[in-house]
Design a protein around this ligand. Structure first.
Ligand SMILES: [Zn+2]
Ligand SMILES: [Zn+2]
Length: 647
């Protein structure tokens, strides 16, 4: 396939250096001070600006398409966009954080752990085509700003030439098996159309499209009425419509076509082009279905399907993971900001800095107005799972005056899930804070008739931590020992005859937990009040932030297991540090295309996994408040049975 002429990009091997192709243009623009009105090379600057705006058009449509909270009812293909598709379409003007375990993209330059590249191959090609035209016809360099006659010429040529020629070329790409396989199957390889899918094309397709785009503009110029505004307006409208057709969200109200029936043949809809992507033997047109009508390739169900998608359907997830925002930087780690960035584990990156002030304002606005909203989704065994975010940031959970507002938000989300028919809702991170709402107890007590099961998922968190402790361990040291997880871990371990040094200053709280253990195991629970006591213990279970000085007490070779949020910083080079408890989702998960915070692809926090298990097993109880120690092994076995694996 790669050997066919113009089936692959000649600069694929150049990686990031393909941008050198812009070099001569940028250099010439700089040398001639193209930003000054009198510069002879002003056209170069305009050309580069135009191509920047083109890329932005696709990015904005992608953001819109991924705003599930606004678009989910009118999505056309209901599947999520998975990592494979994002990788195939990734090389747009967006950096890609490369992690060790993911396969390296075919091209792109690696700087640090960020791979830079673009699915802007067609944009580069078309810049070069345009620049060639400017060199061949120097008169083009001095177009007037605006000429109304040019618009009339361009529209006419678009309708009588660009549209029918595209239609014919597109049909030809589908008619021959060889042509399709070599040149067009790439465009059809994405399961869920996305604005970036429009740019997923072979060089031959991009040359054809570039030439067809140039026709109306060339005609206007030849007629002596071309203009700068026409070039910008036509090209950006072209991109706007291409991106719209691939956005997978129906944007036209059906009533519009009811009121003006002829419009059905003048402008395509996202539904219309999506039918082409799924069926492949109909709806070939560029933007005007008129040509499918004339060619006899208009899919009969197009109109009916558009009616349905524009009316919208509410899908009810069976499982919801109710998260919250961590901080302003992390708020940018969502598919509707940069899809490729959200598809890699979160880490702070330099390219986020310019967006920070805007994200900060969004945070303030959300504090005032926003309700819980949908961020992402995936499918597991035919069931829809969604991630919702409470519009509150980590630091707000530590403001005493914000507590009631946060609980109100969580309560509203639970009630909404209950009304919708969600089966299980799992509370993430700080949303199940003991001090905030007693690990969810508050809501279950207040609303005894809930049908949705509220789950903190910490039984599985405890199971994951316990299963990381090597068999044969006889002694552990634990901080945060009287917390929800600390208590459960201590009670579990003492029954296995492991001596647990519980670090706490409160003898009362220690004794309360100790009394819960059967008498024969109580001696295995020991209260300690100083880190010094752990200086010979190599297994530390950390449930509370540890300063460097406190970490110094651990002997060399210690492993720090953790259940503290945020995780402790590893100061000790001679020790090892565990990550937060997490599990890998089953292999048959579908449509997963976002990473959960800093976790690897396909891995979710143990409390998320705990909710999934709760749903898959059909447990009928709420899992709130204290952890039932006897259920730790039950939940662990169930998780493994359903194909979840330790991360
Ligand atoms: Zn398409
Ligand atoms: Zn096609």
């Amino acid at each position: 396939m790669g050997s066919a002429i113009l089936a692959s990009w000649p600069w694929d091997n150049l990686g990031f250096y393909k941008y050198v192709l812009y070099g001569p243009l940028v250099g010439k623009a700089a040398a001639s001070r193209a930003w000054e009105a009198a510069s002879p090379d002003r056209w170069i600057l305009l050309l580069l600006v135009l191509f920047g705006l083109r890329a932005l058009t696709y990015q904005l449509w992608s953001s819109y398409s991924n705003m599930l909270f606004a678009t989910r009812r009118r999505r056309i293909v209901r599947d999520g966009v998975d990592f494979d598709q994002i990788d195939r379409e990734w090389d747009w003007c967006v950096p890609y954080i490369h992690t060790g375990s993911d396969p390296l993209p075919a091209h792109g330059a690696i700087i640090g752990n960020v791979v830079y590249g673009c699915r802007d191959n067609f944009l580069i090609l078309q810049v070069l085509m345009a620049a060639t035209a400017f060199y061949a016809f120097p008169t083009l360099r001095h177009l007037p700003l605006w000429d109304a006659r040019g618009l009339a010429v361009a529209v006419l040529v678009h309708v009588v030439a660009t549209e029918p020629l595209f239609y014919a070329a597109h049909r030809a790409f589908h008619a021959s098996g060889l042509l399709y396989a070599r040149y067009h199957s790439l465009h059809h390889s994405s399961k869920v159309p996305q604005p970036f899918t429009a740019g997923l094309a072979t060089p031959l397709e991009s040359i054809v499209l570039g030439a067809l785009m140039a026709l109306p503009l060339a005609a206007a110029c030849a007629a002596g009425c071309g203009s700068v505004a026409l070039a910008f307006g036509y090209v950006l409208t072209f991109d706007f419509l291409r991106a719209m057709g691939h956005c997978n969200v129906e944007v036209f109200p059906s009533s519009l076509f009811q009121a003006i029936p002829v419009l059905r043949y003048l402008i395509y809809t996202p539904t219309y082009h999506t039918i082409h992507h799924t069926k492949r033997e109909a709806n070939f047109c560029l933007f005007m279905p008129l040509f499918d009508l004339l060619g006899g390739t208009l899919d009969d169900h197009s109109r009916e399907m558009q009616k349905q998608t524009s009316a919208g359907v509410d899908e009810v997830p069976d499982f919801v993971f109710l998260a919250h925002v961590v901080d302003v930087m992390q708020s940018l780690h969502v598919p509707f900001v940069l899809r490729t960035f959200a598809a890699t584990p979160f880490s702070v990156q330099l390219f986020l800095l310019p967006m920070w002030p805007f994200a900060f304002l969004v945070m303030l606005a959300m504090w005032v107005w926003s309700k819980t909203f949908v961020i992402s989704c995936y499918n597991l065994r035919g069931r829809l799972h969604q991630m919702w975010a409470v519009p509150r940031y980590g630091f707000q959970y530590f403001l005493p005056f914000a507590k009631d507002g946060i609980n109100k938000q969580i309560e509203l989300a639970i009630l909404r899930a209950d009304k919708m028919g969600v089966k299980v809702l799992s509370l993430a991170a700080l949303n199940k804070n003991e001090a905030l709402n007693g690990g969810g107890t508050l809501f279950v007590n207040k609303h005894p008739d809930l049908r949705v099961r509220v789950v903190h998922g910490n039984t599985l968190t405890a199971a994951v931590i316990l299963n990381e402790i090597p068999k044969g361990t006889t002694e552990v040291f634990m901080t945060g020992a009287t917390s929800k997880l600390g208590r459960a871990i201590a009670l579990y371990l003492c029954k296995k005859r492991v001596r647990v040094m519980m670090m706490t200053l409160s003898t009362e709280r220690f004794q309360k937990i100790q009394k819960e253990a059967p008498a024969e195991f109580q001696p295995y629970l020991v209260q300690v009040t100083k880190y010094r006591s752990a200086q010979h213990c190599k297994t530390w279970i950390v449930g509370k932030w540890l300063s460097p000085r406190e970490q110094r007490w651990a002997p060399a070779g210690t492993h720090f297991h953790q259940f503290v949020v945020p995780p402790i910083i590893g100061f000790r080079r001679d020790c090892t540090y565990g990550k937060l408890a997490a599990m890998r989702l089953p292999k048959d998960v579908q449509g997963l295309g976002a990473c959960e915070y800093s976790l690897e692809r396909g891995v979710v926090h143990a409390c998320h996994a705990g909710g999934v298990v709760h749903f898959l097993e059909g447990y009928t109880h709420h899992e709130v408040g204290a952890i039932d120690v006897d259920r730790i092994d039950v939940v662990w076995e169930a998780a493994l049975k359903h194909g979840l694996r330790p991360a």
